[in-house]
Unconditional design. Structure first.
Length: 145
């Protein structure tokens, strides 16, 4: 049985502007790791940009009430705006992506100590428009720890 099971017809709307361009992403990342240590949750960095259709789809999926509630309980989420790969580009390396971004959206899930737990599946959501909300629920439950 799935930990988070959603109706097959779960709908969502794309989010037109899924990233705060004014966010100090480095400070937000530090704060998320600090909250993860205190709350014994995982940190989830969502890297992307508004020009990316899959980023807007993923943001819409993450806003589905059941998903948003699950995220609130198990993750410290940091949406990181990367522009056209010209903003906050120091953060992928800080998150363990030494080769940079292969594309967006990218989800990096880490333990509070910084250990990446979704290695090999970070770029799975570059095709968010071809996936379902249940796919996202399964992904999140697989790494929530």
């Amino acid at each position: 049985m799935r930990e988070l099971s959603l109706p097959a017809d779960t709908s969502f709307a794309e989010v037109a502007e899924p990233y705060d361009r004014d966010l100090d992403a480095g400070a937000a990342l530090d704060a998320a790791f600090a909250r993860a240590r205190i709350g014994k949750t995982r940190m989830l960095a969502k890297l992307g940009a508004a020009w990316c259709p899959d980023c807007r789809v993923l943001a819409g999926m993450m806003a589905v009430p059941a998903i948003a509630s699950y995220l609130d309980r198990h993750y410290e989420v940091v949406p990181i705006h990367v522009g056209r790969y010209d903003v906050n580009m120091d953060l992928p390396a800080r998150l363990g992506l030494s080769d940079g971004l292969e594309g967006v959206p990218a989800l990096v899930i880490a333990r509070a100590d910084g250990t990446i737990v979704n290695t090999g599946r970070i770029f799975q959501w570059r095709t968010a428009r071809n996936q379902t909300v249940q796919d996202l629920a399964d992904y999140l439950t697989a790494f929530s720890g």
